[in-house]
Design a protein around this ligand. Structure first.
Ligand SMILES: Cc1cc2nc3c(=O)[nH]c(=O)nc-3n(C[C@H](O)[C@H](O)[C@H](O)COP(=O)(O)OP(=O)(O)OC[C@H]3O[C@@H](n4cnc5c(N)ncnc54)[C@H](O)[C@@H]3O)c2cc1C
Ligand SMILES: *[C@@H]1O[C@H](CO)[C@@H](O)[C@H](O)[C@H]1NC(C)=O
Ligand SMILES: CC(=O)N[C@H]1CO[C@H](CO)[C@@H](O)[C@@H]1O
Length: 610
């Protein structure tokens, strides 16, 4: 016994020393790369010259250092990190524009975001902000949402209760206490628990980066649960924890509403995932100025400057392997023809299912190590998006830079389960949960770009199976029965919206359409229409999964990045990129970003003092 403990202590110390000091690889966060703000480009054509560079073989740079499949922030972010240390990287995207969930599209003059509504943790000089500033050379600007940034609306039309969620730890609990007198203790305890749990996330990065035997040791001895509250609370469901804190049903709902940002019912959610998201937004939320296409727009030039490229309409149909089963390139389907691209390293941002089930040759797919990883994960829930273009300014329409989470009842577990298990016709008649936000109201450049207009984005969940029968039809021609079903969802969502936002009336609507799970499959290559990749239920936080699914795959020279390798969300996918970059560059980039944040803060403070 003593021997084991001694071994544990020694290896832990060795690892920590190596983890902190022994970083030998190049550092993309070596120096502060922020450049003075350039003039903003709003012209679509100009922006498309960067975002929509179509694939042709002649545009592929030679002597590539790496190929990345997928241009989500997990792919582009990693490409930037590699480019910053001089690597020549090619990013290939199947869709007609770069960005993945961060891409935007324009219909009838209205620009819509796909998958960015609000991002937390962007306080000046916090490592996350510093990292993003560096990864966009200081050109991407963030606009803070209103405070309160979220409103939780509960109950049927005749009895809706609205609870504002304020940012700032003190304000958050102060305002909740005003609305829930007598629940002071529950609110304090909840917040304390959430903070303590959320803070422990660093251990996830450690488990994914440290040598596998050590990771396994930490898990099998149970040490990991002592190291961090994150893994201690991970097996507990959100419902269980919250039900112990209070009997008040509305308060339980207010504690749990944010499950929509990762997509599992409170009873299936890990309290740790929930805590992470709650703390992510605890100091407020931000939106990218001029919309989410700005993210890719400011990352791509950094990749190009190092000799790389980001090419779209480039569906990778398989990864190429040499006789030693090492990845050595990819094949892109150009019409009926395959174009082969050689590279010493292939990294996939396409998600674990796409990568392992569609892009590997059959004989590698059946490898027990690959099958083992696939057995640990399942598809996340399908998503429904409704995009609305409105005639009127935000003032005229009563829209603000905030979000509404609207539920018809406060018992989320039963409510949403009933909806998801319903027949599609019944489900479409009454959507029990709806996220409503106005991207245009969040964007200070919108008035200039689209005067007199506004947009509204609605998000909910929807079963893939409700729409599956049309999956093989052409995206623009899926028939009238598909359109009717979509319209039914749109109509019931609109009823809710017009009730909660009385200034929005049908005559103001200039454009409206819905994206279903099969729409997600088409545009972001989500295999089962999922919004957030691999399911984020309690099983995702089994520490064993966390060590098994890491950037390194069982196949040499093949790596994973993005949300499936860490967690979902913009920040989660970027953490995936950072973790993957750490492995490739042999340097802990999480720590490197923190170190630079500390240095730049110092520099800035000094400047201020002088
Ligand atoms: C509706 C919606 C709302 C969201 N709201 C928020 C929010 O408010 N805040 C937040 O932080 N997060 C939000 N998210 C989540 C966040 O956007 C994602 O978790 C994150 O952007 C995922 O990044 P990624 O790089 O891992 O994957 P993706 O962005 O999905 O990128 C993967 C890319 O790979 C491409 N690809 C797949 N297969 C191939 C292939 N064979 N060949 C070439 N390319 C391929 C896909 O087309 C896609 O572009 C939202 C997501 C959705 C869908
Ligand atoms: C928008 O509303 C204004 C009046 O508020 C009206 O004059 C204009 O015709 C409307 N535009 C469209 C395209 O409906
Ligand atoms: C996440 C998950 O599915 N957990 C599995 C981890 O591995 C053990 C043993 O192999 C399984 O029993 C768990 O189900």
């Amino acid at each position: 016994m003593l021997m084991i403990v001694a071994f544990a202590c020694v290896s832990l110390v060795i690892f920590i020393l190596k983890y902190v000091f022994g970083n030998s690889g190049p550092n993309p966060f070596e120096k502060d790369c922020r450049e003075p703000l350039k003039e903003k480009v709003y012209d679509k054509k100009e922006k498309n010259k960067v975002l929509k560079q179509g694939f042709v073989a002649s545009k592929v740079p030679d002597n590539l250092d790496a190929v990345i499949i997928g241009s989500g922030v997990g792919g582009l972010g990693l490409a930037v990190l590699l480019a910053k240390v001089g690597k020549k990287v090619l990013v290939l995207e199947q869709h007609s524009r770069a960005g993945g969930c961060c891409h935007t599209f324009t219909e009838k003059g209205f620009e819509f975001d796909v998958g960015i509504h609000y991002i937390g943790g962007l306080m000046d000089h916090k490592p996350f902000r510093c990292m993003l500033d560096q990864m966009t050379n200081g050109q991407l600007e963030w606009e803070k949402l209103e405070n309160p940034f979220d409103h939780v609306v509960l109950g049927p039309p005749e009895n809706r209760r609205s609870y504002p969620i304020y940012s700032g730890s003190a304000r958050y609990s102060e305002e909740l206490k005003k609305r829930f007198p007598g629940e002071e203790k529950a609110i304090d305890e909840y917040l304390k628990l959430v903070k303590k749990t959320g803070k422990g996330i660093w251990v996830m990065a450690v488990l994914k980066l440290c040598p596998l035997p050590l990771a396994k040791f930490l898990i099998y001895t149970g040490l990991v649960k002592h190291l961090s509250y994150f893994y201690k609370m991970a097996p507990r469901s959100l419902t269980d924890v919250v039900n112990e804190l209070t009997e008040n049903k509305d308060l339980r709902a207010v504690f749990t509403y944010i499950f929509g940002t990762y997509g599992n019912l409170p009873k299936d959610s890990s309290f740790s995932m929930h805590s992470l998201l709650t703390t992510h937004y605890l100091n407020g939320a931000w939106y990218p100025k001029a919309g989410s296409s700005e993210i890719a727009y400011h990352m791509i030039p950094i990749i190009e400057k190092a000799g790389g490229a980001v090419l779209v309409r480039a569906p990778v149909n398989r990864i190429l392997f040499n006789d030693a089963k090492e990845a050595c390139g990819v094949s892109v389907l150009k019409g009926q023809e395959e174009v082969h691209i050689k590279a010493p390293m292939v990294i996939s941002d396409a998600g674990i299912f796409n990568t392992y089930e569609n892009l590997l040759p059959k004989e590698l797919q059946v490898m027990p190590e690959i099958q083992k990883q696939l057995s640990l994960v399942k598809h996340g829930e399908g998503g429904l998006s409704i995009f609305i273009g409105l005639n009127g300014t935000k003032e005229e329409l009563g829209l603000k830079a905030n979000n509404y989470w609207i539920f018809t009842e406060n018992n989320f577990d039963e409510l949403v389960e009933k909806y998801m298990n319903a027949e599609r016709e019944d489900a479409s008649k009454k959507i029990p949960l709806l996220f409503v936000a106005s991207p245009s109201a969040k964007d200070p450049s919108w008035e200039e770009r689209s005067p007199g207009k506004s947009t509204l984005s609605l998000v909910s969940f929807a079963k893939y199976s409700w729409f599956e029968e049309w999956k093989d039809d052409k995206v623009t021609n899926r028939g009238s029965d598909y359109k009717e079903l979509k319209q039914a969802f749109i109509d019931s969502a609109l009823d809710v919206v017009m009730d909660v936002f009385p200034k929005i009336t049908r005559d103001k609507i200039e454009y409206i359409d819905a994206g279903t799970p099969i729409t997600n499959t088409h545009y972001i290559a989500a295999p089962k229409g999922e919004f957030y990749g691999v399911d984020h239920g309690i099983a995702r936080f089994n520490p064993e999964l966390n060590v098994t699914i890491r950037p390194q795959t069982p196949l040499k020279n093949l790596y994973l990045t993005g949300q499936d390798v860490f967690l979902c969300g913009f920040a989660g996918a970027l953490a995936g990129a950072l973790t993957c970059g750490s492995v490739i560059l042999n340097r802990n980039l999480h720590l490197a970003a923190i170190a630079l944040a500390k240095r730049t803060k110092y520099v800035n403070n000094k400047l201020k003092d002088e």
